[in-house]
Design a binder for this molecule. Structure first.
Ligand SMILES: [Zn+2]
Length: 314
């Protein structure tokens, strides 16, 4: 099984390596019940082949996939959706009411991502295509879906984005959170395992994110999955919640302290880099900072946007 793309997370839950950027950076989750499959998150377009390989490895046909839950519109989570639609003939695509229009016609998400990623866009995403609108269904907070009798309940905590989906799988005692809780990918060197917040444009809302982590922890699920990347166990959740909340407070401070600078975005970028290098590789003279360049660009842009809106309102 050296070439496996799967990690068995128990209770019919499988973590699939999405193949985005590097190993253990972004996962898609499969939930399997009685030969029927639900997929949580659709990653980037290139993840289609990974999901195809995962289904084959589990001896499941693409026709067995009944649901695809699209966690939110950021392209590293929605970019694969249209490609999955072509691969999975029976799947219903479930998303937040605010996401449906853009899932069917992703042009605005593509343009926004090209603005952010510039010359890297093609390498990261390539061709992004829409999901046929007749296959898209929206779901409000609290809506439940049955997968072979297994209940999957949608939750919509904001903070990372206004169109965020989490999915509570009571049978597996697992809540899938995508980017709704926080960010903990494997990083090179002796990086510390600490939660980070990626305040990606354009809907970062620290006060809502603060509530979201409380809400997710309050579910008392045995495990929560995060898209970047893996599972958090209940025993570590209080510490993880504290890490996210500390990070949110730090970001608000960065926004406040850079508001009067000549170039707030440059100042936020500088503060964030310094903060993450110290947090992730404390005391290292030559930390592999290039591994977080993309995170810094994305988080700084989103925080600067929040600063502009929030500080203008204040
Ligand atoms: Zn995101």
């Amino acid at each position: 099984m050296a070439d496996s793309v799967l990690v068995d997370r128990g209770g019919g839950t499988w973590q699939v390596e999405s193949g985005y950027l590097r190993d253990d950076y972004l996962a898609v989750y499969l939930i399997v019940e009685d030969g029927k499959v639900a997929i949580f998150d659709t990653a980037h377009p290139g993840s289609r082949s990974q999901v195809e390989a995962a289904l084959a490895e589990l001896d499941l046909q693409p026709e067995a996939v009944e649901y695809v839950f699209v966690s939110h519109l950021h392209l590293d989570h929605s970019g694969g959706a249209g490609h999955y639609a072509r691969m999975l003939p029976n799947a219903r695509f479930i998303c937040h009411p605010k996401a449906a229009e853009h899932l069917a016609d992703p042009i605005k998400i593509i343009e926004a991502a090209k603005d952010i990623y510039k010359e890297s866009y093609d390498r990261l995403y390539g061709e992004v295509i829409g999901v046929p609108s007749e296959r898209i269904e929206t779901a409000a907070d609290g809506t439940s879906f049955s997968l072979g009798g297994r209940s999957l309940q949608v939750l919509t905590p904001a903070g990372h984005s206004f169109h965020q989906f989490c999915l509570l799988d009571k049978s597996a005692d697992c809540c899938h959170t995508a980017d709704g809780f926080g960010h903990l990918p494997r990083l090179p060197g002796n990086a510390k395992s600490v939660m980070r917040v990626i305040s990606a444009p354009s809907q970062f809302a620290p006060e809502k994110w603060h509530e979201a982590v409380e809400q997710i922890a309050g579910l008392k699920a045995a495990r929560i999955s995060i898209a970047h990347c893996g599972m958090l166990e209940a025993a570590e959740l209080p510490e993880r919640v504290a890490q996210v909340q500390e990070e949110l407070a730090t970001f608000v401070d960065f926004a406040r302290n850079s508001a009067n600078s000549a170039d707030p975005l440059a100042e936020i970028t500088r503060l964030m880099r310094e903060h993450w290098l110290a947090k992730l590789w404390p005391g290292e003279s030559n930390p592999p900072g290039e591994s977080i360049d993309g995170d810094i660009t994305l988080a700084a842009l989103g925080l600067a946007l929040w600063q502009k809106r929030h500080m203008n309102k204040a």
